[in-house]
Design a protein around this ligand. Structure first.
Ligand code: C2E
Ligand code: MG
Ligand code: MG
Ligand code: MG
Length: 283
């Protein structure tokens, strides 16, 4: 097989590399089957207004319970799903499941906005918008309870199809969040162009707050910029009271992190909703 790709490359197939390729292929095949075998599920991480008194939303995060390997991190299988295109089918399931859960919370009288991660591959699908609308309709979920998270690098790709989709989402009242803000090739042009509702400041900048002066300056500047542009900010990965205090001082709106709540299953979040709920969709 290696030989077919040309003589020059033959020598690069070391035993270790072969093992890596084989492992990848196995994982890919297992991932293909994971959906039908119902090994995928969603967990939900709460998002709180910075005063911590109001639960304003949650992020749906994918989990893969592999029968032999146990829980596999999305950091490991999402990139694989993106490369192989499997993310399209998986993402369709995520969207449907998240809408179903959001509709269940709404029906129970404890509505909560659910944020769903969307990859570039999905946005490139011509029928993606129709799929989102179908999912909302299927579960009778008003669009204000759904938020879509798109990473900075996805926006930067600036693919025509994706641009049209994002604009259409906004027209339909679906919240748009920019995920992992600050880690990609940040361009302010696309902030202006897409005017997202929410900027999610990446954990990398939050991690060393408040002591790292550069990070403190960057976070403050992002919050001010967002405010001036009429957007909200969410800090990812908040783990300490110190970080929270700094973020509150800086004027950040929402926090999401282990300090205020780990990603948890729907039943656990339902219990949390009973005690601290946001009745209005957070604007
Ligand atoms: P993300 O969208 O930036 O999600 C936030 C990640 O940070 C989650 O990792 C979450 O568990 C983790 N996190 C939250 N709070 C803390 C904290 O206080 N400390 C630390 N150390 N980590 C925290 P997770 O669940 O492993 O997901 C990793 C990434 O996988 C996500 O990053 C997202 O890019 C991707 N992903 C997850 N689910 C989906 C999905 O359904 N579709 C797509 N396309 N991507 C997904
Ligand atoms: Mg996200
Ligand atoms: Mg994020
Ligand atoms: Mg992140």
């Amino acid at each position: 097989h290696a030989k077919a790709q040309g003589r020059g490359r033959y020598q690069f197939f070391t035993p270790e590399l072969n093992a890596q390729v084989a492992e990848r292929l196995t994982l890919e095949n297992h991932l293909r089957q994971a959906l039908e075998r119902q090994q995928l599920h969603l967990v939900y991480q709460p998002q709180f207004a910075i005063d911590r008194r109001r639960l304003v939303g949650c992020e749906a995060l994918l989990r893969w319970q592999h029968p032999e390997q146990g829980l596999i991190s999305p950091a490991r299988f999402i990139p694989l799903a993106e490369e192989t295109g499997l993310i399209v089918e998986i993402g369709r399931w995520v969207l449907d499941e998240a809408c179903r859960q959001a509709a269940a919370w709404l029906a129970a009288g404890t509505p909560l906005r659910v944020a769903v991660n969307v990859s570039a591959r999905q946005l490139g699908q011509p029928d993606w918008l129709a799929e989102v609308e179908a999912a909302l309709a299927r579960h009778r979920l008003p669009s204000c309870w759904l938020e879509l998270e798109v990473t900075e690098s996805t926006l930067m790709e600036d693919a025509e199809q994706a641009v049209r989709h994002l604009q259409a989402f906004k027209e339909r009242g679906i919240h748009l969040a920019v995920d992992d803000f600050g880690t990609g090739y940040s361009s302010l042009t696309y902030l202006k162009r897409f005017s997202p509702d929410l900027i999610k400041i990446d954990r990398a900048f939050v991690m060393n707050l408040p002591h790292n002066r550069d990070d403190a300056a960057i976070v403050s500047a992002i919050v001010q910029l967002a405010e001036a542009l009429g957007m909200q900010t969410l800090a990812e990965g908040v783990e300490s009271e110190e970080q929270l205090d700094f973020l509150a001082q800086a004027g950040c709106d929402v926090v999401q992190g282990y300090l205020t709540g780990r990603p948890q299953n729907a039943a656990e979040l339902t219990a949390l909703l009973a005690t601290s709920r946001g009745l209005e969709p957070f604007q």
